[in-house]
Design a protein around this ligand. Sequence first.
Ligand code: PAF
Length: 292
Amino acid sequence: MFAFNFNKIAMPIFYEKVALNTFLKSVKNQNTTIGFVPTMGALHQGHLSLMQQSLKENNHTVVSIFVNPTQFNNSDDLTKYPRTLSQDVEKIQQLHSDIIIYAPSTEDIYEGHVHAEKFDFDGLENQMEGKFRPGHFDGVGTIVKRLFEIITPDKAYFGEKDFQQLQIVKKMTQKNNLPVSIVACPIFREPNGLAMSSRNERLTPQQRQEASLIHQTLLQAKERFKNKSLMEAKEWVTAVFATHPTFELEYFEIADEETLTPCITPLKDKNYRAFIAVFVNNIRLIDTISLK
Ligand code: PAF
């Protein structure tokens, strides 16, 4: 089943994979490319920038909006995840009338078996988010693989804020020989430096302002990593958050960008990145910065 939105110019919104797949087959030929932006909705400027990049580089752009239950290891987080489909559709329409939206039900994706597949991501899944959110990346791998199978995109766009997710998706694509290029897109930040995230909607205006501390700390940690020891940078970050009652630091890690293994002694030919996860009143925020 699909519906056309007649507000301005018709833009198809698909709720079922069979109809979407048939439609995409009808528009796709050797000379056209499909760009794909997977989302869980609650769209912000960061998502829109991924769509803009896809629009520039492809003949057709598909955006999926689906809050994927198998990637939530915390049921409260799943329940509270913002669901704003009609506003999301409006934002997409305002950006470009030709974007194809896929907003499936859980049944359409999982067909009665709401379970994650087990993946081997060569150890990428055991670090940082993987340690603190068991099973999360199996859920991400499952949904991204399914969406790739339904949409068969030529290119798929992922933000660098979820850098570990980006590396995991690249690995999954490579290991399964999926014919799709993964495009990494820069982090979009609010004017105070806070990385854009759908979860920011759940912060009070004051918390949202105070949460700029996360990016500021990463910037200063980057300077410390250049001039001081790795241990000193880590201890300094821990101390910063210990003195702010609004925040609870879950982890701060400096890791190799490729393998995501924690850096012990920095090597010249490796690229490192700092990763952080912080709770602000039970709302979990993550951010990252390249240390190059
Ligand atoms: O980054 C996200 O929003 C989600 O993890 C994704 C890639 C849409 C899969 O559900």
